[in-house]
Design a protein around this ligand. Sequence first.
Ligand code: HEM
Length: 407
Amino acid sequence: MEPLAAFEVLGTAEGRQDPYPYYEAIRAHGNLVPLKKGSLIAVGYRECAQVLREPALQVQDGTAFDRVYPDWRSHSSVRAFTDSMLYSNPPKHARQRGTVNTDFTPQQVAWLHPVIEGMTTQLLDRMADLGADGSAVDIMDEFASRLPIAVVSAMLGFDADRQVWFRDISSAIAVSTDGFTNPAALATADAAMDELADHFGDVITRKRACPAADIVSALVQLHDADPAKLSHDELIGNMMLLLTAGFETTAFLIGEGVRMAIGNPHYATRLRAQQPFAAAYVEEILRFEPPVHVTSRWATAEVTVFGRHIPAGSRVVVVLAAGNRDPRRYPDPNRFDPDRANSQPLSFGGGVHFCLGAALARLEAQIVLPMLARRFPHIALADTATYRDRWVIRGLRTLPVATGRAA
Ligand code: HEM
């Protein structure tokens, strides 16, 4: 199968259901190969890593959107992402990221350890109640999607009683990261973004009147002191990004971790027993089933990566999930093996846009998976798990379980 044909399948329901065979079809032609004129695809580990670090290969920002989607400003969800650090390039990117960078270091997020344990205990209590009569409980709905939004809401200083609303609205907005391929979903994303921006307006007013020790209060103070450091639109865009970026992604990481442990009880046993195993297990879940499968970069000037010439103006599709299964980097890559040494999967990206929340996501998963394994030693699948019909951010839609007797 030609690379372009395989790539096109990835845009269909069949490809989204199981994209891995199509990654291999592309890899059969090379690790960084042309798709068609003006576009290439990276599926090798070191090629993906290098593309993300190459200064001439940048994210698609407002200026780039102007060339390809002149109408993009009429979509509030796309506008908000474009105002955030994720869709900004240097030097604007560093200015925006610098406003929150120190809040997300591993040392800084460590204070959340007891907070995450407390929130997890509450959610596990709720699951135990829901499953006590033998009813199936959907881990994705009742647990995996609730914890990340609760944690990030606490960091940002958002109302605890709005978490389910935040979760649903973030899901709708996240669809716009799939680009302009799905106009119907984009309309829903825009409506959700308008609603969220209204709510953020109220939050900003409250934080301005009554600042607290949270990230949004600090960002509002920064904006008020000098809007050139963070404009109003950038404030809204980054508040939206911080809320949404870590929610579905971390939920998918936790969900996959639970699914794998149910299917392989010896991992559940190890999760219950030793804390160091949780870290290795989470890294292998990240490698094997990464929540973010793909990102893209655009060449602002011509550049050569591992011998492949990339003309200015080209798009490079960076398939992180394929790089994570590159046989040159990982022996027997399609085997799940938490005992791999020095794994360093590509799942959090690389270069200047390396995931801001990587330490937080790892911490959450490393805490909750052992807690869940201890609390529900007899947990079992109650029905088939289903995957969402998406490619860029891919993961479980449902994971129905019978909790069994709680410990
Ligand atoms: C397992 C969970 C997560 C995964 C797999 C993940 C993955 C990623 C990836 C691949 C990128 C880079 C995208 C690119 O280069 O185009 C990214 C960026 C980002 N992530 Fe995460 N993420 C996760 C959790 C989080 C969390 C918990 C937060 C924080 C609240 C977060 C906040 C961000 C932000 C703000 C960016 C943009 C950084 C920048 O542009 O400088 N992420 N994430």
